[in-house]
Design a protein around this ligand. Structure first.
Ligand code: PLP
Length: 303
């Protein structure tokens, strides 16, 4: 018996993708087993519970977060357990079904129409920060909050290490807030110093230019929740061994290959990483038998 559904967050399975490739041992951390169906439940639980322990958040707090995606869903779960009010800010083009879902889960969703940078006046990140000038308001910014990194360094990585039957040669990952990439890379590189982290991003993303020390020139793409228009504070680029980019539309190949071979669906960002990983392995002649980790962040049901 569980006293709260929040207690079911984490301890997700690590699954060998037996049929996807006979050349490699590909292990997928299946984060859609979380109750809110994504990896972001972990970040919400770990961070909010830390802030409650420190006395920063309680039932009188209004937590404000610039997100309309999976982090919002995770925060809704925590808001019910702790009793705080939740305001989510987002850019106005969020699909209406997603907004309706967050409202159903109890969030106060505010949409902002600024075409400009999310961080300037009228932008959804700027406006979230502005609201938090009020007493009892608390900003949870997954892009810069170190507890996001720590969630993955301390929790996700430990679970992976507990379940892995072998060492790892490669970790393929995308960067949204950067927490998954940085937290897992840092911890796993401590165990497996030769492991290479390959960041996969859609053409137009700026993580590759950032990695190469080039000028950042963002071009919009169609993969939600990864490779946004700014480099997040939680993206510790020195942990990447390579950043590779591919056209955004290859995500559907990855989703389809996993569905056909393994029999279940994954979200578009996970599909994108799978497709990118398979292309990279072919192009770079990754040796047969390599041990590879990927993260299935969600199963796409909220897309
Ligand atoms: C496969 C994959 N990796 C990484 C991420 C990004 O997570 P984070 O916000 O921790 O960078 C996502 C986000 O959806 C993802 O699907």
């Amino acid at each position: 018996m569980y006293k709260s559904i929040v207690d079911l967050i984490g301890n997700t399975p690590l699954v060998l993708l037996r049929s996807l490739s006979s050349n490699y041992n590909i292990y997928a951390k299946c984060e859609f087993f979380n109750p809110g169906f994504s990896i972001k439940d972990r970040v919400a639980k770990y961070a909010i519970e830390e802030y409650v322990k420190k006395g920063i958040i309680n039932s009188d707090t209004t937590v404000v977060a610039p997100t309309s995606g999976n982090t919002g869903i995770g925060l809704c779960l925590l808001s019910k357990k702790i009793g705080f009010k939740l305001v989510l800010t987002a850019y106005k083009d969020v699909p209406i079904k997603q907004v309706e879902k967050l409202i159903l889960l109890g969030a106060d969703v505010r949409l902002f129409s600024s075409e400009d940078d999310a961080n300037s006046e009228g932008g959804y990140v700027f406006e979230a920060k502005k609201m938090c000038n009020n007493d009892n308001y608390f900003l949870f910014d997954q892009f810069s909050d170190e507890l996001n990194f720590k969630t993955h360094y301390n929790k996700t990585s430990e679970e992976i290490l507990d379940s892995l039957p072998t060492q790892l040669d490669y970790f393929f990952v995308a960067v949204g807030s950067g927490g998954t990439f940085s937290g897992i890379s840092q911890r796993l590189k401590e165990e497996f110093p030769a492991m290479q982290t390959i960041v996969v991003e859609p053409n137009g993303g700026i993580i590759r230019s950032h990695f190469n020390g080039e000028e950042l020139d963002y071009i919009d793409h169609n993969i939600h929740s990864i490779s946004g228009s700014f480099v997040p504070g939680n993206c510790h680029i020195e942990l990447a061994d390579k950043v590779v980019s591919y056209p955004d539309y290859i995500y559907s190949e990855g989703v389809e290959q996993v569905a056909r071979s393994e029999g279940y669906t994954i979200g578009s960002s996970s599909g994108f990483v799978v497709a990118g990983m398979l292309k990279y392995c072919k192009e770079e002649n990754v040796p047969e038998g390599a041990n590879i980790l990927v993260i299935f962040s969600d199963n796409g049901i909220s897309e």
